[in-house]
Design a protein around this ligand. Structure first.
Ligand code: SAH
Length: 260
C-alpha cells in the first residue's frame, strides 16, 4: 500500500487534543488565519511506513468549516493529497436516549438552516439536489465497529455508546428545549445537532473525497447546553485524541478501495 494521508478537521483545538504532539517531522502551513499541521504518525518504533496526518481547526460554523475543508483537501504533505477527510468534535444530543460521552457517527446529515423554497424543497441543498447527504456505508460500518470494539475492551474511557443516525448542521448553537424538540419533530430520527458536519460533508462530496464525521455528545441542546458544553470540553480535551487514535490504529482494516 502506498502511503496514506488523512486530513483531520475539527472546530476547536480541544476536539483533537494532543494530536500534534504525537506527530513526527511536524510542519506547518499558514493560510491567513488558518494553520494546517502535517506530520507522520508511527504506531510502533519499528514501523517504516507511517500514516501521513494533516490537522487543522476551522473555527465554528458552516462557512469556516467549508473553507478549512477546502484548504485541507488541496494541501499536499510529502507530495500526497489527502485520501480521507475526518471531521470530529462535540455535538448536542437531539434524543433523550443519546447521552454525554456517546459517540455519534452519522449515516446521514442535513443542513437544518437551508431553505431555498419555493425554488427547492425545504432543506434541499441546491448544489447536490438533495436534502440529506448520505455517508459512505463502508466508512460508517468500519468506524462504528472499531470504536464499539475499543469501548468493549475498555481502551477508550470514558466514551460510552456508539450510535448512528441523522445529524443536523446549522449556524446556530441550540440551547433551548423547545427549539430542539421542534427540530426533532421536523426531522424524524434526528440524533444530534452541531455547526459544521453537513458543510464539510457537502464539500467532500463535491470534491469527490472520502469523508467521515465523528461526533461526541457534549450537551442536550437544551436550556443547560451552554453550561454542559463548557464543562464537558474541559474533560473532553484530555481524551479527544484517544478516540481518533483508536480509529487510526486500525487503518489497515479500513475500506480504502471499496468506495468513496
Ligand atoms: N455558545 C457556546 C459555544 C458554541 S459553539 C459557548 O458560549 O461557548 C459549539 C461548537 O460545538 C460548534 O463547533 C458545534 O459544532 C458544537 N456543538 C456542541 N453542542 C452544540 C449545540 N447544542 N448546538 C450546536 N452546536 C453544538
Amino acid at each position: 500500500m502506498t502511503k496514506l494521508h488523512i486530513g483531520i478537521l475539527c472546530a476547536m483545538p480541544e476536539e483533537i487534543g494532543s494530536t500534534t504532539k504525537n506527530l513526527k517531522n511536524l510542519s506547518e502551513k499558514i493560510y491567513g488565519d488558518l494553520k494546517i499541521f502535517s506530520g507522520e504518525l508511527y504506531f510502533d518504533q519499528n514501523e517504516t511506513s507511517p500514516l501521513l496526518i494533516s490537522v487543522a481547526w476551522s473555527g465554528w460554523g458552516k462557512v469556516s468549516a467549508a473553507r478549512a475543508a477546502t484548504r485541507l483537501i488541496s494541501s499536499p504533505f510529502q507530495n500526497k493529497l489527502i485520501d480521507l477527510l475526518i471531521f470530529t468534535g462535540v455535538a448536542g444530543s437531539a434524543n433523550l436516549s443519546i447521552n454525554q460521552w456517546d459517540i455519534v457517527i452519522p449515516n446521514e446529515l442535513i443542513q437544518h438552516d437551508m431553505d431555498a423554497r419555493p425554488l427547492y424543497d425545504k432543506y434541499e441543498i441546491p448544489a447536490l439536489k438533495e436534502a440529506k447527504i448520505q455517508s459512505s456505508t463502508s466508512w460508517v460500518k468500519w468506524s462504528t465497529a472499531v470504536l464499539k470494539e475499543s469501548i468493549a475492551k475498555n481502551e477508550i474511557r470514558p466514551f460510552l455508546k456508539v450510535r448512528n443516525g441523522l445529524v443536523a448542521t446549522g449556524d446556530q448553537f441550540i440551547a433551548s428545549k423547545i427549539v430542539i424538540e421542534n427540530l426533532s419533530k421536523e426531522l424524524p430520527g434526528l440524533s444530534a445537532v452541531e455547526m459544521e458536519g453537513a458543510a464539510v460533508a457537502q464539500v467532500a462530496v463535491q470534491e469527490g473525497i472520502p469523508w467521515l464525521i465523528i461526533r461526541v455528545i457534549s450537551d442536550g441542546a437544551d436550556n443547560s447546553a451552554q453550561k454542559n458544553f463548557i464543562e464537558f470540553l474541559e474533560k473532553y480535551k484530555k481524551c479527544s485524541w484517544d478516540l481518533i487514535n483508536a480509529l487510526l490504529k486500525r487503518y489497515l482494516d479500513a475500506p480504502w478501495e471499496i468506495e468513496s
